[in-house]
Design a protein around this ligand. Structure first.
Ligand SMILES: [Zn+2]
Length: 256
């Protein structure tokens, strides 16, 4: 599943539509594109794993890619879009096609607010409230590994960032979230912000050291996530289920 850096990267790229009137269509006929067709795109914003395209119709298009969704960019525009395209947003020189999202819907302003109220602070947003994130982590009844995946605690972290950030901080995914100290949390937040920001710039998650980062193979790009042994110390990786997803951690680097 795409993590927050992917959605923020998309929001940045799709920013090319801002200020333009878009031709909106749904070749698949499963989205009411007429409601925003011919209107101006006012903003494209990412909040965690959610993308919001605000329009001059007073409606926002809310997209969650889920496991299989993707946006494809066509420039120049060729043809009307494949029949499986849920939503096409086109201007003269470029078209963005949305395929297989888990959610694509229109939100009124009040619904947009309600969506954002349900999300925790997003480490990639400049206005993210660190104190609020800490409050939500410490109030979470369960392990930190589950808290980090709960989008109502912190928005945008998925399974890869969870594994890699906890490893950098030496925190076991099973440690109760409420037991994180002030300094534990601040260190974790800083690591998450830095790791996710780098991933937006690089377009992928690489946590190992490398001179030529673009050349690092996908399956060798993480220190613990889906690894047999720890990149740092060589200890066999612990694989468990935490927060409903498979967690990867090093029992030596992250003893508790
Ligand atoms: Zn280790």
């Amino acid at each position: 599943m795409p993590e927050g850096h992917t959605i923020h990267g998309l929001a940045r790229s799709m920013g090319e539509l801002v200020g333009q009137r878009v031709t909106a269509s749904s070749p698949q006929a499963r989205f009411a594109a007429d409601a925003v067709n011919g209107h101006q795109v006012e903003a494209v914003e990412a909040y965690g794993k959610h993308l919001l395209i605000d329009t001059s119709a007073g409606l926002s298009v809310h997209v969650h890619l889920g496991m299989r969704g993707k946006w494809l960019r066509f420039s120049p525009v060729t043809g009307p879009g494949l029949p499986q395209v849920r939503l096409r947003l086109a201007v003269a020189e470029v078209a963005w096609d949305l395929i297989a999202p888990s959610r694509c819907e229109l939100l009124e302003s009040s619904q947009r607010h309600a969506l954002l109220d349900r999300l925790g602070p997003d480490p990639l947003r400049p206005e993210a409230d660190t104190n609020e994130a800490q409050r939500r982590v410490n109030a979470f009844a369960g392990p930190i590994g589950a808290a980090l995946l709960d989008q109502g605690v912190i928005a945008g972290i998925g399974n890869v960032f969870r594994a890699e950030a906890l490893h950098v901080c030496g925190i076991a995914p099973t440690r109760p979230a409420k037991e994180l100290t002030n300094s534990d949390f601040l260190r974790l937040w800083d690591v998450v912000v830095a790791m996710m920001s780098t991933a937006v710039e690089e377009g992928r998650i690489i946590t190992v050291g490398a001179d030529d980062r673009a050349a690092v193979p996908e399956d060798q790009s993480r220190r613990v996530y889906k690894q047999a042994i720890c990149y740092d110390c060589g200890t066999p990786i612990d694989v468990a289920t935490v927060g409903g997803r498979t967690s990867y951690s090093c029992p030596r680097c992250q003893p508790n």
